[in-house]
Design a protein around this ligand. Structure first.
Ligand SMILES: [Fe+2]
Ligand SMILES: [Fe+2]
Length: 268
């Protein structure tokens, strides 16, 4: 069942946290549905593992024919690998960075993306949704080269894709975190390796602090609310990550064999 992050008579934000089987090898991921005055958008709908449940969940709130957009923060498999099925089952347009516009047709059958992709330039913008709008904020290199976050001015939720994520179960992802202290151990390793640099984090924090944010909601793990939002900004601003941590030791010709399971060797 989805979590209602926000609801009033005309506008709702739903989060699905457990559509991917916990025993599966795939990382836990959240998918989002925003409904405004009877039309909607899915944000980061994920791969084929999540499609059926998310599609059914959406159909309970409005007809799939009323889906305006499939919005992708970037082009990773856990974000948009189900694109072919969404384009087949709904009339929605894909909204994605122009950096990825000509790469996403590789996710679909030939011709499926014709006239169906809105490529967004690096500055982002305000996307009409129902009678309101969704803001696309630049979040490039956090972690993907062409990357947007989504701010909903009605619910005051900032959807941050892979930034602010924590490695948890689908169940734990349903409980918002209001104090970051204990939560950081679930965040730190991911951010150090997947985020590109401290410079970009500082630029992003400077922009994000200008927003009135009730909840910061990542694509993996639990939402942040209350004091945890400011704590996250402080932490992110000072975090060394990605290329800050790489030097010549990380670029050496390899000397050790990669362990290969017995089965793969015998099949060769
Ligand atoms: Fe990603
Ligand atoms: Fe992700």
């Amino acid at each position: 069942m989805p979590i209602e992050l926000y609801r009033d008579s005309r506008h709702a934000c739903l989060m699905f946290t457990d559509l991917v089987d916990e025993d599966n090898q795939a990382v836990q991921a959240n998918q989002f549905l925003i409904v405004d005055n009877g039309t909607g958008a899915v944000i980061d709908p994920g791969g084929n593992l999540a499609f059926n449940e998310l599609f059914l969940g959406m159909s309970r709130h409005f007809s799939p024919q009323k889906l305006s957009y499939i919005i992708a923060s970037h082009a990773d498999p856990d974000i948009i690998a189900s694109l072919d099925r969404w384009l087949t089952s709904t009339p929605a347009q894909l909204v994605i960075s122009r950096v990825w516009e000509r790469f996403v047709p590789h996710f679909t059958k030939v011709g499926k993306t014709d006239q169906r992709v809105i490529g967004v330039t690096d500055g982002g913008g305000r996307l009409p949704l129902g009678r309101n709008e969704l803001w696309l904020l630049p979040a490039h290199f956090l972690h993907s080269e062409g990357n947007f976050h989504f701010y909903d001015p009605i619910s005051r939720i900032l959807f941050t894709g892979d930034l602010g994520v924590s490695m948890t179960s689908g169940r734990d992802a349903q409980v918002p975190v209001s104090d970051l202290k204990e939560h950081l151990r679930l965040m730190e390793g991911f951010h150090r390796r997947y985020m590109v640099s401290n410079k970009v984090l500082r630029l992003w924090v400077r922009m994000a602090r200008q927003l009135d944010i009730r909840m910061l909601v990542p694509q993996h793990g639990a939402p942040l609310e209350g004091p945890a939002i400011g704590q996250f900004f402080d932490w992110a601003e000072s975090l060394m990550c990605g290329i800050d941590l790489f030097d010549d030791r990380h670029y050496q010709l390899p000397t050790t064999a990669i362990p290969v399971p017995e089965r793969a060797v015998s099949m060769a």
